[in-house]
Design a protein around this ligand. Structure first.
Ligand code: ATP
Ligand code: MG
Length: 320
């Protein structure tokens, strides 16, 4: 199904205004409440039986890291939230995780309590200047095993500055090389664009994870993103694979959310994660508190969802 068909499907949905509250109409029409907590073997929110995602075995050593770019040029789809919380969940499972803030907005850094405006060196300096040690730029977070390569608004100049560089698409790859063996997973939080920074992220990555918001026009732009990824595979990074599509801001109480997920599964099949991330105000709350949801409210089902995503990613071979 192409994106125009999907838009046609979703615009026929009558109860889309019910996004935040369950309404009588949803239950009256027999639309069951969310199935995002489906147990093994039960039909999950993506309409497929939920496989088991076992507790990952502890690692005996660390590295080399698998690098995953969180990518969607559409803004506000949950890239940063997924980077922080998937990273924190992987760290809880004993993985050593580095998060790379690759957005000049610095939302990832701020969301983990790093005072970005006070930093002398950030990922920007690593990209544009020689002589820095990447380990001096890495910041530890309150979560054990979770580190950050921070960014701030300085990074907005990099795109222009790097244009004239030799092998300008491979600069992040070179920056990360010395620390690949220190980590099991490196997650790169991309900015909402398909510019040179994002191309650098995709060139440095082994995998790409695409968050899609369960909303109107979720698929708009995804064809262009996939086309870009295919070009990168062809010209710059043949090892790159699409690790998965993640449905975010899901509300199982609405037919609308469920139909968007069904369309995405119809289009992408097994590439869609069984795990979906529900819409809850706890995510912005946790960002405000500068913590991952896994520590901010460890028992919240949003924390459980990102733990399940971490287990699913490991079970699929997307992380050690
Ligand atoms: N599952 C969710 N439920 C409710 N709110 C969410 C959820 N995921 C993210 N948000 C909120 O939505 C907003 C956008 O999320 P986020 O910053 O993760 O998206 P993004 O794709 O990184 O955005 P950008 O493209 O601007 O970088 C944030 O305020 C975040 O707290
Ligand atoms: Mg972001």
């Amino acid at each position: 199904m192409d994106s125009s068909n999907i838009e046609a499907v979703v615009t026929t949905v009558s109860d889309f205004n019910a996004a935040d509250e369950p309404t009588e109409s949803t239950s009256r029409h027999g639309h069951l409440p969310g199935t995002e907590d489906a147990g093994e073997g039960q039909l999950g929110p993506t309409g497929r039986p939920m496989p088991s995602f076992p507790e990952p075995a502890p690692l005996t050593g660390h590295g080399p890291a698998r690098v995953i770019a969180m990518c969607n040029q559409k803004g506000g789809v949950g890239k940063t939230t997924t980077t922080i919380n998937l990273g924190a969940a992987l760290a809880e499972y004993g993985r050593k995780v580095l998060l790379v803030d690759f957005d000049p907005q610095g939302a990832l850094s701020v969301g983990l309590g790093i005072p970005t405006h006070q930093l002398d060196v950030t990922v920007y300096n690593l990209l544009t200047e020689r002589g820095h040690d990447v380990r001096d730029v890495v910041q530890h977070t309150k979560v054990e095993g979770l580190d950050v390569l921070p960014a701030n608004i300085d990074l907005s100049a990099a795109e222009v500055q790097l244009v004239g560089e030799v092998a300008r698409e491979q600069i992040l790859s070179r920056v990360l090389r010395p620390i690949l063996d220190d980590y099991d997973v490196i997650l790169i939080d991309c900015q909402p664009s398909l510019g040179l920074l994002t191309v650098n992220a995709l060139t440095a990555a082994h995998g790409v994870l695409i968050p899609l918001e369960c909303e109107f026009f979720a698929m708009r732009g995804v064809a262009l993103l996939v086309e870009t990824i295919e070009k990168i595979i062809d010209r710059l990074n043949p090892r790159l694979e699409i690790d998965g599509i993640l449905a975010t801001m899901y509300d199982g109480r609405t037919l609308h959310s469920r139909e968007v997920v069904a369309s995405v599964v119809e289009h992408f099949g097994d590439r869609v994660f069984h795990t979906v991330i529900s819409r809850t105000v706890k995510f912005p709350d946790a960002s405000l508190a500068a913590e991952p949801i896994t520590t901010y409210e460890s028992t919240h089902k949003g924390a459980g969802a990102y733990r399940q995503l971490a287990r699913e990613l490991i079970a699929r071979g997307g992380a050690a």
